[in-house]
Ligand binder design. Structure first.
Ligand SMILES: *[C@@H]1O[C@H](CO)[C@@H](O)[C@H](O)[C@H]1NC(C)=O
Ligand SMILES: *[C@@H]1O[C@H](CO)[C@@H](O)[C@H](O)[C@H]1NC(C)=O
Ligand SMILES: *[C@@H]1O[C@H](CO)[C@@H](O)[C@H](O)[C@H]1NC(C)=O
Ligand SMILES: *[C@@H]1O[C@H](CO)[C@@H](O)[C@H](O)[C@H]1NC(C)=O
Ligand SMILES: *[C@@H]1O[C@H](CO)[C@@H](O)[C@H](O)[C@H]1NC(C)=O
Length: 301
């Protein structure tokens, strides 16, 4: 898949807790930056330090994935948690008492060019008549909420809507005036599993139907931008693999080493993309390894 871009969040930052919102913010910027750059044929949105003339030159020269995080409390944060209508409690660090909010001030700075200051109106214009879709686990749910919060403030209440489908597996935020949607689809292992319920998914014996993806994937067809993530839910030595169906009793179950299961699932996923996604129309992103986000309150006495 030539158009798939790898977004790897450094796994070595070493800080284990309270990373949820930070990651949500940070990776969102890479996605936004990429939407800005790749969908703007004139290239004027990216200020190239080398002042190259043609946009082709500019795009090939500025590697957005090579850069560093810089502390910027002048233009960041780009939205206030309290002011976002759709902020969920799961991500609301400030609401639940977090004092150190500096994590909201980090800005991605590519080495070779400057990114334009984020502008929600410009982003919405880019998303006009388009579907931007996040697929994956709670990390991507954070990405999605963050993206919605980034545009929320410039859309009047009557011109936006939020709906749930498939018992909460699919959330669709719509900016009516732009005919644009920003969606989230819960599927933590991408393929079918017994963790697919968006609320009741904490099962001890994780069972994966490595060859089954259509049930989820049919909701992704025709999205213009697809952002996938899957990693955290695979962190166990072995998993149960199901050949057959969850609904029928004649399935074959087998314990398999995790790396092999992960590989099989990603194969199913990439095969599906290969067949069903039009690469000219759809941009794809995939995030794999990421830091964990757990509560350590019981350990820190
Ligand atoms: C921004 O950060 C600098 C350096 O940490 C600090 O001196 C300054 O007071 C901060 N400004 C705001 C508005 O928080
Ligand atoms: C965002 O972009 C719109 C359209 O180009 C412009 O009118 C507006 O002033 C910009 N907003 C900010 C805060 O720069
Ligand atoms: C609205 O956007 C969808 C894609 O998300 C597109 O299929 C449809 O044609 C658009 N509607 C109009 C009126 O442009
Ligand atoms: C929604 O949940 C109900 C009750 O658990 C179930 O019968 C139904 O099949 C679910 N619908 C979907 C689309 O998953
Ligand atoms: C793929 O998308 C492009 C751009 O939207 C369109 O021109 C082309 O017809 C599409 N190809 C197929 C096979 O649908």
């Amino acid at each position: 898949m030539a158009t798939t871009k790898q977004l790897m969040v450094p796994a070595t930052w070493g800080i284990r807790s309270s990373f949820h919102s930070l990651i949500a913010l940070l990776v969102a910027f890479l996605v936004i930056a990429s939407i800005y750059v790749t969908q703007n044929s004139s290239g004027v949105l990216v200020e190239d330090k080398t002042k190259s003339k043609s946009s082709g030159d500019l795009l090939s020269r500025c590697n957005l994935f090579s850069g560093k995080w810089v502390f910027d409390n002048k233009s960041y944060p780009l939205y206030k948690e309290k002011e976002c209508t759709f902020m969920s409690d799961q991500l609301a660090c400030e609401k639940f008492g977090r004092k150190d909010l500096n994590y909201q001030n980090w800005r991605w700075q590519p080495h070779q060019c400057d990114l334009p200051r984020f502008n929600a109106t410009v982003l919405l214009e880019r998303l006009r008549n388009k579907r931007l879709m996040f697929v994956g686990d709670s990390l991507n749910r954070g990405q999605w909420v963050s993206m919605v919060c980034l545009v929320d403030s410039v859309i009047p209440p009557g011109l936006q809507s939020m709906h749930q489908y498939r018992n909460g597996s699919l959330h669709i935020f719509k900016a009516t005036e732009y005919n644009a949607t920003i969606e989230f689809y819960w599927s933590p292992l991408l393929v079918e599993s017994n963790s697919d319920d968006p609320v009741y998914h904490r099962v001890d014996d994780r069972t994966v139907r490595v060859q089954g993806i259509e049930k989820h994937a049919r909701h992704w067809t025709d999205a213009d931008i697809l952002v996938f993530n899957t990693y955290l839910w695979w962190r166990r030595a072995q998993m149960t693999v199901l050949w057959g169906s969850f609904e029928r009793p004649d399935g074959i179950y087998k314990r398999v080493e995790m790396p092999r299961v992960y590989e099989m699932a990603l194969k199913t996923w990439s095969d599906w993309l290969e067949v069903h996604v039009n690469r000219t129309k759809t941009q794809m992103f995939f995030m794999s390894m990421s830091p964990t986000h757990e509560k350590y309150t019981t350990i820190l006495t």
